[in-house]
Design a protein around this ligand. Sequence first.
Ligand code: C2E
Ligand code: CA
Ligand code: CA
Ligand code: CA
Length: 277
Amino acid sequence: RAKRSGSGHALYDTGMRTFREEHLSLLGDLQQAVDNNELILYYQPKVAINGAGGDEAEALVRWIHPRKGFIPPGEFIPFAEQTGYIKELTRWVLARAIKQAGQWLREGRPVKVSVNLSTRDLLDPGLPATVASLIDLANLPPDYLCLEITESGFMDEPAKALDVLHKLRTLGLSLAIDDYGTGYSSLAYIRRLPITELKIDRAFVLELAHSQGDAQIVRSTIELGHRLGLKVVAEGVEDQPVVAVLAEMGCDRIQGYVFGKPMPAEAFDQWRNARLQ
Ligand code: C2E
Ligand code: CA
Ligand code: CA
Ligand code: CA
């Protein structure tokens, strides 16, 4: 039913009205979601290969819509990007995650928290100042914050994005390249970016224990990352055999259902306590 026009806008022959109305109302809902406390951050452990776990986590946003119920980020983040609402959304996520990290630190169980930036955030010249004031407000040393970005963030205006990244890095934060291997990963980019961490996409990790090809790719990626002085994290690990292979390859951290799903902050505390016992 949907066709793409040359300018990239979807054209609808039938049902266009309902489609537009649906989206307009969703945008209204999203704008209110923050005020109505419908957004919540979940935290998924990034477990060190030789550690108990719980010292690092990725913040992942969830939207509990009053009528539609649970809406996964994969559905409303792209929508927020298209409508320009992402700037406010990212600000909320940053503020919430930084506050939580500050609280964990004060409670004597520090967690380094990772926050996802969207491609459009990298083109916002005001972002570094925003982050600086948020960590200042929360009394959070920059070592406890990591920002995850994707390579597609640079495609439109690489010079502008690079400038924002350098300013963020100068604040002392960690910067991770997310979904590594799925984009137009060029080695030249990786070398030029002021990043500290590389996250290997789930697509390469999934069949790791069975596919020789994927195993070669992951092994060389870990080696490359280490040669460039980066920490390497594998995403989407679901079973022990893959953990064993990644450990043997020298991967630094593992994030996946095998250790823990994304969970609310209180559940994350319980998860950690259970592992420390
Ligand atoms: P991502 O940054 O690549 O996040 C990892 C996704 O993989 C999460 O999905 C997580 O729940 C899922 N995952 C983790 N371990 C496993 C596993 O072992 N198996 C499987 N099948 N999946 C696993 P989620 O939470 O639905 O988020 C999807 C995407 O939405 C994220 O991908 C990220 O691109 C975006 N996103 C989520 N929260 C935010 C946010 O606060 N801001 C922005 N800009 N984007 C966000
Ligand atoms: Ca991520
Ligand atoms: Ca990812
Ligand atoms: Ca992703």
